[in-house]
Structure formats: C-alpha cells, structure tokens
Design a protein around this ligand. Structure first.
Ligand code: GLY
Ligand code: MN
Ligand code: MN
Length: 435
C-alpha cells in the first residue's frame, strides 16, 4: 500500500480529533508459542492501518497541531547484534524516512517522553481495555501530568475511545483497500479451484489445507487470514473445525473455509464439494438449497438495505426449502416465527470483512440495523448442518454439512462479488472435477 494512503488516514483521524488532543496507539504484543519460539508477529490492525509499520514494540502517537511534528513513532532502535540474530529493524531514521513519521524516539524512552506530550492536551484518544498493562501505563502518564498542576501544567480531562473512531473509518474501504481485497479474494478463489482439481478419496483433510496454503504462498500471500477449516463428511458440521486430520471418503462432501491475507487484508471463502466429484441426490438437494439462499442473500447486498436484509433473505429461502424437503414441518409463517431453521442453520449469514476476518465496525446504529453503503465489504455465508445422529431426520440427510461463502463489496451498481472466480454451481463443480 502506498505511503500516501497511510498519511491520508492519519490526516482524516486528526481532523476528527481536532486541536488539543492526542492519540496513543500501541501495536500488538509478540506471543510466545513455546520456549524460545514465537508465533509469527502480525501488527495490530488499527496500528497498521495508520502506520504501515510491521515491527513489534512500537507505539504511534498523533498530536494534531504540534509544531515539532504531529506524527510520532516510538520503535526499536537499530542494533547490529540484535539485527544479526533476529532480523532487520527500521530504527528511528527508518521510521522517519520510510514510514513518514515527523519524529521518532526509542520505544525504551516511552515512559519518559509520553507525559510531556500530554501536557496542555485536553483530550486523549485511546482504546482502553485491550491490554491491561498498557492501560495502566497510560493512566500513570496522565497522573504524572496531573501531579504538576501546582506548577501550572494542565493535563487531559477527557478520554475518548480511539477504536470507535478508527473502526468506523475502517468500515468504508478506499479504492486502494478494495484493490488489495480483490486481489486477495481472487487468489483464494484460485486456490479453492486448485483444491477441487486435486481432491481425491483417501487424501487427508490436512493435505487439502496444505495445498491451499501452498498455492497462496507460491502466489505471494505468505499468510492466511485464519486457520483453514477442512471438514470431510460429518466434520463439516463442526463450524470451526480445525483438526483437519481425517481421511476424505468417497461419497462424502468436503467443506473448505479458507482465505489468504494480503498486505494485512483478509479474504474468507467457503466452498463445499463432493470428494469424488459427483453429488449424491440428497447432497445435491441440500447444496442447491444453500446456494439458492446464498444468491438471494447476495442480491440483498444493496445500498440502502439494512445489515440484516441478506440474513433474512437467506433464512426465508432455507426455511421454505427445509419444509419442502420434509426436514421441517408446518407452515412457512409459523416456521419463520419459531426460527425452527436454527436446528440446521445456527450462525448468522455474514460479517464485515477487512483487515480482520471478522472485521470491525458496528452492525447497529442507534439501535437499528446499519444501512449498507458503498465501500463496505461483507461475507455472505449461509449453510446447513445435519450431524450424524440428528433426531427426527432421515438417514440420507445425516453427516452433511454445507456452507457457501463469498466476499461481497457494496457498490452503487449492486453487489460486487470479489470471490466470484471460485465456482459454486453443481454443474460448474462437477465439470471442473471431471477434467
Ligand atoms: N472463517 C470464519 C468465518 O467464516 O467466519
Ligand atoms: Mn466468514
Ligand atoms: Mn469463512
């Protein structure tokens, strides 16, 4: 992403903050996996959104109107020995030259410098509650400033939730963000196609997971947005199944929920297809029902509709279909009112998508479902799950879990399905797998 994009975001935020305020935003903390081994570090999304800076041990401070520079980055200093062991550091000069900071200080000096930046500032924008240790440091800095009141020093009197402002900004994707998300979705879609091509009975779930990651990595996405879910047969009924350790059986469906991350933007796609390449009659009936529900929901992703409209469309189609197949009983009106579909469809139809796979942004505003607006991106992912042993259900439906998930951009011209390259009709899937 272009440096100007980050600058534009900082300027937009500072415009909202106004003079007399300061924003403090640390990046994430490195997590230990086990003795001497860390999980790969991924910058905090809010922090990256404003800085583009990917190293750990960093704090961004914005001080609108500060004459010595409004954008301050605290980060690790250059250290030849440490860099020889653990890799490159931008250092203070790099923070200024490569990341556009007006001023940079060593992260080790944070406690000494920060109280001075709070003097004569009335409002502090800070996301309280995500890291208790950092919360404590912020309150210590504020106390230090207040303790100098008799010397005529004024400290902040107002605290505002920085995350609230940032998350609303992040909900509306810019042209540059949409371009990255489109690339991520395309690459993931291509990787799903690759799985349909390579899947054979007898392979293990982890082999499909591995192929998915391999394909994304070979094409330049080094990270996945979340651990891949590969569930064969009954395992597809576990919504966040991640064991991925069972063999794939002829006659079963396999559900794959997987997406790569590009430049800190997520994609999130689910496809469900027959391990052998051909749907059975029961599988096809349920699959086509889920697909009909998904298409109806995607059709509701339109400017001016509400967040809940796609979900309601999906639920209506699913309920109708389940009644027709004899999996539910009664009238449509009664079944909808009783929400009897929740026996087979227990999650919602989607979520915001962006830097985080379950992205930030409010779903309701003033107690009402939010209106969809251009630039928002969401997933549409209805499903049906009928685990083995479900009471009152004929055997032929059991052990089937289906979800179809796409990433959809809201535009003035209607829904733009970013992940459209992954086939999803029965005919397309069977033809592809027969190749
Ligand atoms: N991959 C998680 C989800 O679909 O929400
Ligand atoms: Mn999802
Ligand atoms: Mn998903």
């Amino acid at each position: 992403m272009n440096r100007n994009e980050f600058k534009r975001r900082r300027r937009q935020l500072m415009g909202m903050m106004g003079a007399g305020s300061v924003a403090i935003l640390p990046t994430g903390v490195e997590a230990v996996r086990n003795r001497d081994v860390h999980h790969p570090f991924r910058a905090d999304s809010d922090f990256y959104y404003l800085t583009g800076f990917t190293e750990p041990d960093a704090v961004m401070v914005l001080v609108p109107g500060r004459s010595h520079g409004e954008y301050i980055l605290f980060c690790r200093e250059k250290d030849p020995t440490k860099e020889m062991w653990d890799g490159y550091r931008a250092g203070l000069q790099g923070a200024v030259d490569d990341y556009g900071a007006d001023d940079a200080f060593p992260i080790s000096d944070l406690d000494d410098i920060l109280p001075g930046l709070l003097e004569e500032r009335e409002r502090v924008f800070f996301a309280m509650g995500s890291d208790p240790a950092f919360d404590k440091r912020v309150s210590d800095w504020v106390s230090q400033v207040r303790s100098r009141a008799r010397a005529g020093v004024h400290g902040p009197i107002e605290f505002l939730a920085l995350d609230h402002y940032l998350h609303d900004m992040r909900l509306y994707k810019s042209r540059a963000e949409i371009a990255v998300m489109r690339r991520a979705a395309r690459l993931s879609a291509e990787s799903h196609v690759n799985l349909m091509r390579h899947c054979r009975p007898g392979m293990h779930e982890y082999q499909l997971a591995s192929l998915f990651g391999h394909h994304c990595q070979m094409k330049g996405a080094s990270e996945l947005a979340y651990p891949s879910i590969v569930g064969g047969g009954n395992n597809a009924c576990v919504l966040h199944y991640v064991e991925n350790n069972q063999p794939l059986r002829d006659g079963d469906l396999v559900l794959i929920d997987a997406g790569c991350e590009l430049d800190c933007y997520a994609s999130d796609i689910t496809r469900t297809f027959p391990v052998s390449g051909c749907f059975s009659d029961a599988q096809r009936s349920l699959y086509e029902l889920v697909l009909e529900a998904q298409l109806a929901a995607i059709d509701k992703v339109r400017v001016g509709n509400h967040w809940n409209d796609p979900h309601q469309a999906a639920v209506r189609v699913l309920t109708k279909g389940l009644l027709k197949l004899g999996l539910l009983r009664g009238t449509l009106a009664k079944a909808l009112k009783a929400k009897s579909y929740t026996k087979f469809y227990m999650h919602r139809t989607g979520h915001w998508l962006g830097m985080d796979v379950h992205d930030v942004g409010d779903y309701k505003v003033d107690g009402h479902w939010r209106e969809l607006e251009p630039g928002m991106v969401l997933t549409v992912e209805p499903g049906l799950y009928i685990p083995r042993g479900t009471k009152g259900v004929a055997k032929k439906w059991q052990g089937i879990g289906i979800r179809i998930e796409d990433d959809v951009l809201v535009t003035r011209d209607g829904p733009d399905v970013l992940s459209r390259d992954a086939p999803k009709t029965v005919a397309q899937i069977e033809a592809l797998m027969a190749e």
